[in-house]
Ligand binder design. Structure first.
Ligand SMILES: O=P(O)(O)OC[C@H]1O[C@](O)(COP(=O)(O)O)[C@@H](O)[C@@H]1O
Length: 364
């Protein structure tokens, strides 16, 4: 084993650190609006809207034309490829709208989940082949960070060594390529909440997955100060009969990170993983209130838990756009407070604040 390698040039280190820092600034988090065509289609279908390119554009327009005060709590937005080139009704590119509000645009660069042959229904994520070229193009367009999602399942025999190793390695290779193109990688190894396992099992799996991820990132000499981890909170399986308090979830989550995530990592931004909007805010708040060593900013990068009330209120109807945008502002504010450990449960209402957002086997 050789121990000789090169750190990125100082200018690149500085650039990556600056981008990462802006994303995890206190009181702010990331809006994950990078649902792929199928995933967004499912969400639109739930509110009776057809999954056409125009309806996806109309919906994203609603998000990105929300009052500039949204930037008080949103630091960055993760986009999907199609969205990057779309424009508002008046011709302003979406990217321009975000920039005008001081919101950092980022882009999902993985090409989705595929099965791992020979495993018990486990998967890996593809998209490495032309990644460097795609990142060069995205950076030119004005994106400054990327995101790549891997999925791990909890079951009697899983996650397997094969799945843990493969996903850790592909995340490391992705992160390295992203940094080579001056883009901060958001490394997302999502441990799915499907199953009846308890909190203890979820914590152990999350620890095993994260320790493999950081071993791989180290092996690939990824510059950790220029990375963000997008993690699941440590929660019991959705079918677990035992109920745990937000404090118990916070303790399990922070302990798992203390044991596996190097302090050099710029920040941790949680996915919502099927929690309701209110649950996700309350748990994020408890995590930030938890008394213990937390050397990283702990923020949000929610998809469903920032958009459920927005979608329900909008319903595809232009006359409800303003009301739906108010929902986004309110939920972002709730999460902004949770990042500071100042959210009071139940104080922010929403059309779907308590709605169950869990989607079984949310691999794709
Ligand atoms: O559309 P895809 O590729 O299935 O992505 C699923 C979603 O999962 C996330 O990684 C996390 O979303 P949630 O907060 O809804 O769990 C989003 O960024 C992404 O949109």
């Amino acid at each position: 084993m050789t121990t000789y390698y090169n750190y990125p040039p100082q200018a690149l280190q500085d650039e990556l650190k600056k981008i990462a820092k802006a994303l995890v600034v206190p009181g702010k988090g990331i809006l994950a609006a990078d649902e792929s065509v199928n995933t967004l289609g499912k969400r639109l279908q739930e509110v009776g809207v057809e999954n056409t390119e125009e309806n996806r554009r109309r919906y994203r327009q609603l998000l990105f034309t929300t009052d500039p005060c949204i930037a008080d709590n949103i630091s960055g937005v993760i986009l999907f490829h199609e969205t990057l080139f779309q424009k508002a009704d008046d011709g302003t590119p979406f990217l321009e709208l975000l920039k005008q509000n001081g919101i950092v645009p980022g882009i999902k660069v993985d090409r989705g989940v595929v099965p791992l042959f020979g495993s018990e229904d486990e998967c890996t994520t593809q998209g490495l082949d032309d990644l460097a070229e795609r990142c060069t193009g995205y950076k030119k367009e004005g994106c400054h960070f990327t995101k790549w999602r891997c999925v791990l399942k909890i079951g009697k025999n899983v996650p397997s060594y094969q799945a843990i190793m493969e996903n850790a390695n592909v995340l490391a290779r992705y992160a390295s390529i992203s940094q080579s193109q001056r883009m901060v990688p958001i490394v997302e190894p999502e441990v799915l909440p499907d199953g009846s396992h308890d909190l203890d099992r979820a914590q152990k799996v999350t620890e095993s997955v994260l320790s493999a991820v950081y071993k791989a990132l180290g092996d690939h000499h990824v510059f950790l100060e220029g990375t963000i981890l997008k993690s699941n909170m440590v929660t019991p399986g959705m079918q677990c009969p035992i109920k745990y308090s937000p404090d118990e979830i916070a303790e399990a989550t922070v302990l798992a990170f203390q044991r596996t995530v190097p302090p050099a990592v710029a920040g941790i931004a949680f996915l919502s993983g099927g929690q309701s909007e209110e649950e996700a805010s309350v748990n994020l708040d408890a995590i930030n209130k938890y008394v213990g060593r937390k050397p990283w900013p702990l923020t949000f990068s929610f998809g469903r838990a920032l958009q459920a009330s927005v979608l329900k209120t909008w319903n595809g109807k232009d006359e409800y756009t303003k009301a739906a945008q108010e929902e986004l502002i309110n939920r972002a504010r709730a999460n902004g407070l949770a990042v500071l450990g100042k959210y009071k449960a139940g104080t922010v209402k929403g059309a779907a604040a308590d709605a169950e957002l869990f989607i079984k086997n949310h691999a794709y």
